[in-house]
Design a protein around this ligand. Structure first.
Ligand code: ADP
Ligand code: X2W
Length: 258
């Protein structure tokens, strides 16, 4: 099999039907021309925020990760493995793509354990068994994977979707492109940083220039870059006419290397 490509989708993209339609049409164009196995891993923090707000639940993040009381994990599972996953499947189905909706727990594609950082039902994930994904890719299916995991004790866990994408990338020894609301990592003057490595990232995190969700994303990208010995791309979904070129490896956004 040629090297698969894992594409992580996050941010407001999931709530933007026009942008999703443009993205899926770029994906079908890419698949037709590149004939390369493609896997989507998605977030949906925006759906979680909305649902919890409707339930009058105040949600807090620590260092970019959502504190997840056990009493909230059912709602969060519904928003991520339910709404977000099915919204993405719907876009694929409209274009005749053979989509399969999964979570990190399906077929052991990732091993998830509860975080010890005192965040409640939050999971940390590692590479798992590639068998299910390989079978689906060989069958011409497009796996769409949410970041809900289940640990060995059967607990549902909320995993950050950038970390989930990293684990799936490691499961398949794949390339990784992460699409977000920003064009890449920005410096203190809000200018795009084209290349990032671990030393520079540590410096910018210490200085507070990289924070919140981007800190989690950069650390996840650095981990994948080191374990797979390949560059990871962080880019924006907001320039649809550039998406096919981006998926074909043309330089966009920030390139993260170990
Ligand atoms: N140095 C930085 N460069 C770019 N974005 C940053 C930076 N530091 C913090 N951020 C924030 O991180 C966000 C991206 O992280 P996040 O919202 O978790 O993305 P996603 O939901 O796509 O995974 C940006 O929208 C921005 O608000
Ligand atoms: C533990 C943790 O922070 N989980 C995230 C999972 C969703 C996510 O990562 O969504 P985006 O990629 O759209 O930000 C959350 O609850 O928001």
């Amino acid at each position: 099999m040629t090297t698969p490509l894992v594409l992580k989708l996050g941010g407001a993209l999931l709530e933007n039907d026009t942008a999703l339609e443009q993205l899926f049409s770029a994906l079908t164009e890419f698949q037709a021309s590149a004939s390369r196995p493609l896997i989507l891993v998605h977030g949906g923090g925006c759906f979680v925020d909305e649902l919890l707000a409707k339930m009058n639940i105040v949600s807090e993040k620590k260092n970019g990760l959502r504190v997840t009381p056990k009493s909230d994990i059912g709602y969060i599972t519904g928003a991520l493995a339910g709404t977000a996953n099915k919204v993405l499947m719907a876009q694929g189905i409209k274009l005749g793509v053979k989509v399969v909706g999964l979570s990190l727990a399906d077929g052991g594609i990732s091993t998830v354990t509860q975080s010890t950082a005192g965040l409640g039902a939050v999971g940390e994930c590692e590479a798992g068994d590639p068998a299910l994904l390989t079978a689906l890719l060989n069958g011409g299916f497009l796996p769409i994977i949410s970041s809900i995991g289940i640990d060995a004790q059967g607990q549902l866990l909320n995993v950050n979707a950038d970390q989930a994408a990293t684990a799936i990338c490691e499961t398949l020894n794949a390339d990784l492109v992460m699409l977000s609301d920003v064009e890449g990592i920005l410096d203190a003057e809000m200018q795009l940083i084209p290349e990032m490595n671990s030393h520079y990232a540590d410096e910018l995190i210490t200085a507070g220039v990289i924070n919140g969700g981007m800190e989690v994303k950069v650390r996840a990208a650095l981990k994948a870059a080191a374990s797979l010995n390949r560059d990871i791309t962080l880019a924006s979904w907001k320039v649809p006419e550039r998406l096919v070129a981006l998926l074909n490896g043309e330089v966009e956004g920030t390139k993260v290397s170990s």
